[in-house]
Design a protein around this ligand. Structure first.
Ligand SMILES: *[C@@H]1O[C@H](CO)[C@@H](O)[C@H](O)[C@H]1NC(C)=O
Ligand SMILES: *[C@@H]1O[C@H](CO)[C@@H](O)[C@H](O)[C@H]1NC(C)=O
Length: 540
């Protein structure tokens, strides 16, 4: 009886949908966030004073690195020294990652010095174990964007040399790359700490770089290797469109593991959209994969706090249920700082980098409106996590769920902090100069012209200046964002130069600089030009 009624209702519903299929804009629920915006007052020009303050911060970091650690992969400003990723020598981690920022900021003398170092000192003939993803996004991406901006052939030569050394990672049975590479031996190595599994985000965040290199060289061996990965993932993906963070290189199967937009998951979704944008919206399959993932994300991961209705992106963790002998997904209300890329990315997905900015609300589909609102709200949440004693955001934020203790008085908190003992630190409480929130503010500014985003970015920059700057030169991580007397960790991450300061600089530049309809930024903020996909590609 009940079943019959259900079927009947189903038929009625189907009929209703056929006959009353809503037109694009008639569904209620997504009110325009632009209010009574006066488009004639929008001003996308540069804020020169703020730009020069950010350029000065870059100089403060760069000059110290040059003085203390020139040529080393990593810089330690307190010790005033450098270290390399492997003992056999450096691969230009800091210098190459910063090349395009030097170019964009017009630091010509510094760019020439860095260029000469690349020409005379840089070698990838290094015996040691390198993370292939990190080397691709920072070094290969850095060389490619330096080549694009300067047209100096040396960068392309080095990029080809590096990519050739990386290629063995793809020589697995499935085509899913191994995690590590010995650049000298050209030997790929599995991630033994994680049972030989590869990170999904790492496998699926090589494509912009390898495809652009093929476009430049007309050698499609790089393109094909990188694109094969996407085919394997598409075939093995869960029906939900979301992906677990580990995948097995031998057979391309996903491993039952966490699902998240934070570490090991994040840039898979970022590159779905950006691969579609890179080839001027020609590869529709990536748009479809992205849209599918965003819809499931809204159902399964987008949650709100009881107190202020603060939106956040939760994680799913598999829990084995012994009684039923199967896995169940448990919602974990935790958000990595890394997730904060997604706010801006959602806005980018709606506009595809094409004006008018902001978009005309009535021309958007309901899915686009949904993504836009979530993007704006997620940025708001990410900015709110910077509402700490230092004005900087933690590595990981936890959110209150209905029924949690204090859920009516607290929206979010940092795990491991002790109110009685504020000098105590925790992994979660660190700020390691990460870019994702200012990255989203940059995108949001470019795509709306809303001054609020510039103001918020400026406030973050000032907190960076106040709490992470080293008097004698450079910047470091801090161990507790909620303590104004926080301890420091003696490291200046290379992404501070390549991403955080670049996005801040671009937040205050004229919108015509690296315009979003002509560029995609790789996940390390290296701008790569968008291009029409080559019509003929040859396999090797
Ligand atoms: C600008 O952005 C802020 C923060 O999201 C929002 O509160 C405000 O309404 C926006 N203004 C306009 C004109 O869209
Ligand atoms: C930061 O410290 C203040 C003062 O102890 C406390 O009220 C607040 O909850 C802390 N913030 C976070 C995010 O832990």
């Amino acid at each position: 009886m009940i079943r019959k009624r259900l079927v009947f209702t189903g038929i009625l519903l189907a009929i209703a949908i056929i006959f009353f299929k809503p037109t694009r804009n008639s569904q209620p629920g997504y009110l325009s966030p632009f209010g009574n915006l006066d488009r004639t007052k929008l001003d996308f020009s540069a804020d020169i004073d703020k730009q020069s303050a950010i350029r000065a911060a870059f100089k403060h970091a760069w000059d110290a690195y040059r003085r203390d650690a020139w040529g080393f992969d990593d810089y330690h400003p307190l010790k005033r020294g450098g270290t390399n990723l492997v003992s056999s020598g450096g691969i230009g981690y800091t210098i190459v990652d910063a090349l395009d920022t030097l170019h964009i900021m017009g630091l010509d003398t510094e760019f020439t010095q860095a260029r000469d170092w690349v020409a005379t000192e840089l070698t990838f003939d290094r015996d040691g174990k390198f993370n292939a993803f990190e080397v691709t996004i920072r070094v290969l991406g850095g060389l490619l964007s330096a080549y694009h901006l300067s047209k100096d052939e040396i960068f392309l030569q080095k990029a080809v040399d590096l990519a050739e050394r990386l290629l063995p990672i793809f020589s697995t049975q499935s085509g899913i790359p191994l995690s590590f590479i010995n650049l000298k031996e050209r030997q790929a190595l599995a991630d033994s700490d994680n049972q030989g599994f590869s990170s999904t985000a790492e496998a699926a965040t090589l494509q912009l770089e390898f495809k652009y290199l093929s476009y430049l060289t007309e050698d499609y061996v790089y393109w094909n290797a990188a694109e094969k990965v996407m085919d394997v993932i598409r075939n093995g993906a869960l029906t939900s469109g979301l992906v677990p963070i580990f995948i097995r290189p031998s057979d391309g199967q996903f491993i039952t593991s966490d699902i998240r937009f934070g570490s090991r998951g994040d840039s898979y979704y970022e590159y779905l959209l950006k691969q579609y944008l890179q080839t001027n919206q020609a590869e529709q399959q990536y748009r479809e994969m992205y849209d599918h993932a965003m819809t499931t994300m809204h159902h399964d991961l987008v949650r709100r706090t009881p107190k202020s209705n603060m939106l956040f992106i939760a994680e799913l963790s598999p829990k084995f249920k012994r009684e039923e002998q199967k896995f169940d997904w448990k919602l974990v209300p935790k958000q990595d700082h890394l997730v904060c890329f997604l706010g801006g990315s959602l806005l980018l997905g709606v506009t595809e980098g094409q004006g008018p900015f902001p978009p005309e609300w009535d021309t958007l589909s309901n899915t686009e409106k949904r993504d836009w609102i979530t993007g704006e709200e997620l940025i708001k949440t990410c900015v709110e996590t910077y509402n700490t004693a230092t004005g900087l955001g933690p590595e990981i934020a936890h959110f209150k769920m209905p029924g949690d203790p204090d859920a009516d008085s607290v929206d979010w908190y940092i795990k491991g902090l002790d109110r009685e003992n504020p000098s105590l630190t925790s992994f979660d409480a660190r700020y390691i100069l990460r870019p994702e929130t200012v990255e989203s503010l940059f995108l949001a500014w470019r795509l709306t012209g809303n001054q609020t985003y510039r103001d918020q970015g400026w406030k973050i920059f000032q907190a960076i200046e106040k709490y992470t700057k080293v008097e004698g030169g450079g910047y470091t991580s801090i161990l507790n964002v909620n303590d104004t007397n926080t301890q420091r960790e003696d490291k200046m991450e290379t992404f501070f130069l390549s991403e955080t300061l670049k996005y801040l600089y671009l937040l205050f530049s004229d919108s015509a600089l690296l315009s979003l309809d002509k560029y995609v930024f790789n996940t390390e903020a290296h701008p790569l030009p968008r291009f029409d996909p080559p019509t003929r590609r040859f396999n090797h």
